[in-house]
Design a protein around this ligand. Structure first.
Ligand SMILES: [Zn+2]
Length: 444
């Protein structure tokens, strides 16, 4: 199917639409990103644009601006949880020209990410017919974050959330899902942002969950990055294993619901988490990750960092837990999952009749002809890979629940990179993302 889009338009959303519509890749597209995504100390940032156009690419150029990070007190109010920027200057980058007019082209440039700086960038591409494609403007942080600010005539200690990959068209707008990553106290106290372990874990998770076309579980978010703003939050969050000194991966040893403590020295944690909808606390301590559920819990989840050496698939964990956190999805595995009926549509049902009704209502068979309602059973010894998970002996809340099963690995059930959101869970995630595209991710 060839999709015609009116031009010139902002085609940043094209991958999202392709992902939602299941279309093909013969249309024009332009995307831009930077690397490393998040660093926390002065470094060189590489910005790369990738353009495709069947008419041939003629030129790619960047617009890059840098400025100084502030806590917004220059506007007279109290210090903020997310930064403002002042002293903005344009950074110049030589455009890339493509005399051979390839249908696929990339262009790279570098910018200095000095301490307490905020960088914004966007890309433009021209095809051989003179049509122009533009990306959204993306904001990221340069070097070390703000550690103090001036308020009420005094200099006070202050940290705040910094942008990792944020669309400036709506820094905290209703049309974006703002997701923040916060260091648990076990990543060490300040200077938290130059703690390499936290930095590496945040980059690992984001690269695997949001910039990863290869793994099935990541394709939804990688195709809809246009509706996500990613932040690194300040310190002060606390995750505690429910059982101190428990054996590694003991399923009974849940991470207790994260506390957002107010640190003894100034932190914008509470202000930041008021702006950032979905809050993921990264921890090193061994405890079983879990999540609050959209609409009746705080928007908080826990993710065990890769650097702990225990969990090597933190990107999948973040994606699975975000299924609970952002969309209200239930677990689809048996034994001891959580089975709330919150998402729209629900993905788990208390009766087979309710499941069949939704199966028909959503016309699932049209997309997945083999889909049928199936009882959730104790599959704890066959879940992939659950080597450390004993055969279900804890409770039986999963029994008597029903899910749609089409024989394909499901991210709310199967802990493996080849899983994806299927059927009802896919519809629920797609509805929220479509709401974002329409201007309000979470309508009342
Ligand atoms: Zn779960």
């Amino acid at each position: 199917m060839k999709i015609k889009l009116p031009g010139p338009v902002n085609l940043w959303l094209a991958p999202a639409l392709i992902a939602l519509l299941g279309g093909c890749s013969t249309i024009s597209s332009l995307s831009v990103r930077h690397s490393p995504l998040y660093y926390g100390q002065a470094h060189v940032i590489t910005v790369k644009a990738t353009a495709s156009d069947p008419a041939g690419i003629d030129k790619i150029a960047f617009k890059i601006f840098s400025g100084t990070m502030t806590a917004c007190t220059e506007y007279g109010g109290p210090p903020s949880g997310v930064p403002c920027r002042e002293n903005v200057v344009q950074q110049f980058a030589l455009p890339c020209s493509f005399p051979a007019h390839p249908t696929h082209a990339t262009c790279e440039t570098t910018v200095s990410g000095s301490d307490q700086s905020l960088i914004t960038y966007s890309a433009q591409a021209w095809n051989t017919k003179g049509s122009v494609l533009n990306t959204d403007e993306i904001e990221t942080s340069g070097g070390a974050p703000l550690t103090q600010t001036t308020y009420g005539g005094q200099t006070i200690a202050w940290t705040l959330a910094v942008p990792i990959f944020v669309h400036t068209k709506s820094l905290s707008g209703a049309d974006q899902i703002n997701l923040g990553f916060y260091p648990n106290q076990d990543y060490a106290q300040r200077p938290w942002l130059i703690n390499g372990a936290f930095r590496d874990d945040v980059n690992d998770i984001i690269e695997h969950a949001f910039f990863n076309d290869a793994d099935n579980f990541a394709q939804t978010y990688s195709g809809t990055i246009a509706v996500f703003n990613l932040w690194a939050g300040p310190d002060g969050a606390q995750v505690t294993p429910h059982i101190a000194g428990a054996i590694p991966n003991d399923p009974a040893n849940s991470c207790d619901t994260p506390l957002f403590m107010f640190p003894s020295i100034g932190s914008g944690l509470l202000s930041a988490s008021a702006v950032i909808t979905a809050n993921a606390v990264l921890h090193i301590a061994d405890c079983r990750d879990n999540s609050g559920v959209k609409s009746y819990h705080q928007f908080k989840t826990t993710v065990e960092g890769h650097s702990s050496g225990v969990v090597g698939d933190s990107g999948w964990v973040l994606t699975h837990e975000s299924g609970h956190l952002i969309y209200g999805l239930a677990d689809e595995y048996g034994c001891d999952g959580g089975y709330p009926k919150v998402s729209t549509p629900h993905n788990v049902f208390s009766s087979e009749a309710d499941c069949k009704a939704e199966l028909t209502n959503q016309n699932i068979i049209a997309v997945s002809p083999t889909a049928k309602c199936a009882k959730i059973t104790d599959d704890s010894n066959t879940m992939i890979p659950q080597a450390n998970r004993p055969v279900c002996a804890m409770k039986t809340s999963g029994f008597g629940q029903f899910r749609v099963d089409d024989g394909t690995l499901e991210t709310m059930k199967d802990r493996i990179a080849t899983s994806s959101w299927r059927n009802l869970s896919r519809i629920a995630v797609g509805k929220t993302i479509a709401n974002c595209v329409s201007g309000n991710c979470f309508p009342p």
